[in-house]
Design a protein around this ligand. Structure first.
Ligand code: HEM
Length: 158
């Protein structure tokens, strides 16, 4: 039962996090050309503000529920007197997920803060540069997250 709850939390929070990145990267960003540069920046700042508030909950929840799943598995094995041998793909998922969390924290604390400051002071070039750094880091996390989803679903390497 606990395992089902943890896995539901794990996968739901990942759907919000990774799905939001897919939407921002492949649908919202390419459509911004219909707006003038100052409006693009204002829209992206507003959208990212809302998205990041949710990811600040979803990303740690994905990590903690993943750690909980490992704890559950360890308990189940110990109850039968054995010792848990983590499959390799669990190591890859936990390591990759930790990198994703770190990259997200960096986005929030460095380029997103710079974006807010630039928009606040009306400095368009600085805002565009900060947004480009956010975009690059989101693309990295999206690629890594997609690789981890494939690794988890294919259970590879076992
Ligand atoms: C943030 C990136 C992550 C992604 C994209 C991801 C993706 C997934 C997916 C899709 C599943 C379902 C696999 C299935 O049941 O078929 C899963 C399960 C699981 N995840 Fe993650 N995960 C991530 C992070 C983590 C972290 C950080 C941990 C551990 C600290 C973790 C531990 C687990 C465990 C133990 C399972 C159960 C695996 C099994 O039943 O074989 N995950 N994950």
């Amino acid at each position: 039962m606990t395992e089902i709850v943890l896995k539901t939390l794990h996968v739901s929070s990942l759907i919000v996090w990774i799905g939001g990145m897919v939407f921002a990267h492949f649908f919202l960003r390419p459509s911004l050309a219909v707006l003038e540069p100052p409006q693009r920046l204002a829209l992206m700042t507003a959208v990212l503000g809302r998205f990041f508030r949710v990811v600040t909950l979803a990303a740690p929840l994905a990590w903690l529920s993943g750690a909980g799943l490992i704890g559950q598995a360890a308990q189940a094995v110990e109850a039968t007197g054995g010792r848990l041998q983590l499959p390799l793909y669990w190591h890859l998922m936990a390591g990759g997920g930790t990198v994703m969390l770190g990259v997200y924290a960096w986005i929030r604390l460095v380029p997103y803060r710079a974006l807010l400051a630039a928009v606040g002071s009306g400095n368009l070039p600085a805002g565009a540069a900060a947004l480009a750094r956010v975009r690059g880091a989101v693309a990295f996390n999206l690629a890594l997250g997609t690789a981890i989803v494939l690794i988890a679903l294919l259970r590879w390497p076992a």
